[in-house]
Design a protein around this ligand. Structure first.
Ligand SMILES: [Zn+2]
Length: 119
């Protein structure tokens, strides 16, 4: 089952894919970058301990803002939800133990939710 939502100028496709009941429902958001309220820090610091500390701090702030933007999109997308998912919990390792697929998990089972913003 697929739906669309529009936030600002961005149109998102919201797909609720049946996943069975063996694991918690998961939700992934892409295309939300325009709603992140912090600038992405540089990947490299200046090599000093102070520089590394400042970089770590900047990335922590950015990751938090990035997750907040995803949650904002998720909250709107849930207007199309086929069931009550209750609370979605952010997890950096929702989709994979290495951290490559951050997302949200819900104790309500049965769906994988893919929310994709059009470029
Ligand atoms: Zn991974």
């Amino acid at each position: 089952m697929s739906n669309t939502i529009t936030i600002g100028a961005t149109r998102f496709t919201v797909e609720f894919r049946a996943s069975g009941t063996s694991h918690k429902s998961k939700a992934y958001v892409w295309g939300h970058e325009g709603f992140v309220k912090e600038k992405q820090p540089a990947y490299r610091d200046d090599g000093t301990p102070e520089g590394k500390a400042a970089s770590d701090k900047a990335w922590k702030i950015y990751r938090k803002a990035n997750a907040a933007a995803k949650r904002m999109v998720l909250d709107v997308a849930m207007q199309r939800a086929p069931t009550d998912f209750g609370k979605w919990v952010y997890s950096a390792k929702a989709g994979c133990g290495c951290g490559c697929s951050p997302g949200f998990t819900s104790a309500t089972r049965g769906y994988d939710v893919f929310i994709t913003g059009a470029k």
